[in-house]
Design a binder for this molecule. Structure first.
Ligand code: ATP
Ligand code: MG
Length: 155
């Protein structure tokens, strides 16, 4: 990990610009500006692409994906929300295990290695943060990352 002060707002906005145009979904971003953390740019981009890739893969075509970055109760929250089928309560922690995928060969419609969320969680933890899967009230899943350490630097 190569950590330096990075503008997470910018990393997310630029990252989304790169992937937006080749997605079959509508991606909406609500990104609070000038948020800085001590982080590894490359790894944070990987977190973004893993979560958005999952949101795309596990929700219907043309449905909406929302990416948010905001401050709440002194924590920095970074959310990726989809309108998919959601994740059962007893799977919400298992999905972060190495090679874990929900279902079995007969029920799964998608391909994957089950490494995406394992790596994502590792990277988040290495940045002092936490990640969890939460039910989205309107259906689907919200992956929420919380970071305790961040700064708002006004340009
Ligand atoms: P890959 O290694 O290519 O990312 P993967 O997508 O199967 O493969 P993870 O990203 O680690 O692996 O996700 C693990 C499992 O969690 C998935 O197989 C899927 O069952 C479930 N999952 C992940 N994201 C979502 C989501 N947004 N909605 C519903 N289920 C999800
Ligand atoms: Mg994945």
């Amino acid at each position: 990990l190569f950590k330096e002060p990075v503008n997470l707002s910018e990393i997310i906005c630029h990252g989304l610009e790169q992937i937006k145009h080749r997605q079959s979904h509508e991606i909406k971003a609500y990104i609070s500006p000038n948020i800085w953390i001590e982080g590894d740019k490359f790894m944070l981009n990987l977190v973004l692409s893993n979560l958005v890739e999952n949101a795309v893969k596990y929700s219907p075509k043309c449905s909406e994906i929302i990416v948010r970055l905001f401050e709440e109760n002194k924590l920095l929250k970074w959310q990726v929300i989809d309108g998919g089928d959601g994740i059962a309560d007893d799977e919400k922690e298992k999905i972060f295990q190495k090679f874990y995928r929900v279902g079995n060969e007969n029920t799964r419609k998608t391909k994957g290695t089950g490494l995406g969320l394992y790596l994502t969680k590792r990277i988040v933890t290495q940045h002092g943060g936490e990640i969890e899967a939460i039910d989205n009230p309107g259906g689907g899943t919200c992956f929420e990352i919380s970071f305790p350490g961040f700064q708002v630097k006004h340009a």
